[in-house]
Design a protein around this ligand. Structure first.
Ligand code: ADP
Length: 499
């Protein structure tokens, strides 16, 4: 179907009209070597705008600006920092449509999705962390051996934080890092993904407009080797917070060793959804559909490895298959669209290749299984929403994170078997459990090796609730009070009272 997209807001059209420099302090310099990155609209492959492609010397300048801003940011009272964070949340909410359009143009996701998740969650998280800015406190302590000492702890910011973020939730990932880092008194160099730099640039522009001191947040747009790697290796960066794939996480781990940087790594997943026959099966179908296909399946939490108790299997596969067949592909700006394109031509080729590998290996495509052939979608990076059954444990699609709209449904007979299947992955990010048996819930939850278990729901996020993985899915929680900890370090102070 040809897509009838809504008109762009004038501020969005204006934003796209010029090339974008880096954000270093209050300046918008081009890359030191003049390099630019083309930014494409994944719905049609058209050039949207161009952004500077930062080099190592640009990263040096951004880190210096963040270092210089550290005392300035900490000279503000916690209440003043809270006020700025709160106002940022307010301004994002007011500009929800602008951010939604930018995100859709850049990433492809339907505005119907960014309107319920990305933009409102980002706005509310700045307000949530505004609350924490005034509540970061140490403790007064008594040594166990006694003595005339006054001992207390101070919770100090780690310092300059480098944030390297992915393309699947560009605005939200920037918020996940910025909210707790700034509330804790750190300054930041933010490197958005090269595929989706626009909303981060707009966000930090907005921060400068509403009065954040220049240098508190700097943006180095650029690719991984050119801008991400020098940031990860930089000896004057105190911490890297990273969300992305495991292979990149390993490179960052390696690069960060020069000054023993603190690290938070939110890596990949291959999350299971377990559906027991005693569950509300219609609800499980609807929830698992979202778990697999939300955001074109480009979610690290995608619960795409589905295992269903044998007696409910046929009904579940029929119901889920019908929903997948009903997906309406199109431009994310079209309100009728239920699934947009994937982020890039490279990602399209990767996911198409994985689907083909599943078919070649003998998996059965209940829906999809091919490539998108509709002529009106030919210029965009669209992938056929696909549902597989008969997937063997050793198939590539069962082992690798697909990051596309592809689900696979297997079968189990016993609870022990379900748990074993759920845990049969090096990852441990998230999981779904569908059952109406409360004792089963309490029996199974502790046995699932994952940082999140959603029971009779999936993909729920809230700014106050911590989120993050076990095992190879990384470490360092995001959201909630716990997310502040990786951005703080405890200083212990002993004062001899002369006893
Ligand atoms: P994906 O494959 O999904 O793009 P990546 O982990 O490669 O995921 O990308 C996540 C972020 O990591 C992006 O901002 C990307 O530019 C950055 N990145 C990629 N390679 C490196 C690297 N070697 N060092 C630092 N950052 C990198």
């Amino acid at each position: 179907m040809p897509t009838a997209t809504v008109a762009l807001l004038p501020e969005v059209a204006r934003f796209l009209d010029t090339d974008h420099g880096l954000i270093i302090g209050a300046d918008r310099p081009p890359a030191s070597d003049g390099g630019l990155i083309d930014v494409f609209d994944p719905a049609n492959g058209r050039l949207l705008t161009r952004v500077a492609s930062a080099t190592a010397s640009d990263v040096d300048a951004a880190v210096a600006a963040a270092r210089a801003a550290l005392p300035v940011w900490n000279a503000l009272s916690p209440a003043d920092r809270a006020d700025l964070l709160w106002r940022l949340g307010d301004e994002i909410a007011k500009r929800a449509e602008e951010f939604g359009q930018l995100e859709t143009l850049d990433n492809g996701k339907p505005t119907s999705e960014s309107g319920v998740l990305d933009v409102p969650l980002c706005a509310s998280l700045f307000k949530y962390y505004a609350g924490w800015a005034t509540k970061i406190e140490g403790e007064s302590m008594t040594p166990s051996g006694g003595g005339a000492f006054h001992v207390f702890t101070r919770r100090e910011p780690v310092g300059v934080v480098g944030a390297i973020i992915p393309w699947n939730f560009p605005l939200l990932m920037a918020g996940y890092k910025l909210g707790p880092a700034l509330a804790a008194g750190n300054t930041m160099v933010l490197k958005p993904a090269e595929q989706t730099p626009l909303s981060a640039l707009r966000l930090v522009e907005l921060m400068l407009e509403i009065g954040f001191p220049p240098g508190v947040v700097n943006v180095v747009t650029g690719d991984g080797p050119g801008a991400g790697a020098p940031l990860a290796a930089h000896l004057d960066v105190d911490k890297i917070t990273f969300t992305g794939e495991n292979a990149t996480g390993q490179k960052i781990l390696e690069a960060s060793k020069g000054n023993m940087k603190r690290l938070s790594l939110e890596l990949g997943g291959k999350s299971p959804s377990l559906i027991f026959a005693d569950a509300d099966i219609d609800k499980a179908i609807a929830g698992t559909f979202g778990a697999i296909y939300f955001n074109q399946g480009q979610c690290c939490i995608a619960g795409a490895r589905v295992f269903v108790e044998r007696t409910a299997y046929d009904r579940f596969v029929d119901g889920l298959g019908a929903k997948v067949a009903g997906i309406r592909l199109g431009n994310g700006l079209d309100p009728e669209t239920t699934m947009g394109p994937v982020v890039s031509a490279e990602q399209q080729a990767r996911v198409d290749g994985l689907i083909a590998s599943g078919v070649a290996a003998g998996a059965r495509a209940v829906v999809g299984g091919g490539t998108v052939s509709a002529p009106e979608l030919a210029d965009g990076y669209f992938v056929q929403p696909t549902l597989f059954t008969d997937v063997a444990a050793d198939m590539e699609i069962m082992r690798r994170e697909i990051f596309g709209p592809v689900g696979m449904v297997g079968v189990f007979d016993t609870e022990d078997e379900a748990i074993e299947l759920a845990n049969a992955t090096p990852f441990g990010l998230a999981s779904g459990l569908w059952t109406s048996d409360v004792t089963r819930t309490h029996r199974v939850v502790p046995q699932i090796h994952a940082g999140v278990v959603w029971v009779n729901t999936y993909g729920m996020f809230d700014v106050a609730i911590p989120y993050g993985g076990f095992k190879a899915s990384g470490y360092g929680k995001e959201l909630g009070r716990e997310a502040l900890d990786p951005y703080l370090q405890t200083k212990t102070v002993w004062i001899d009272l002369g006893g």
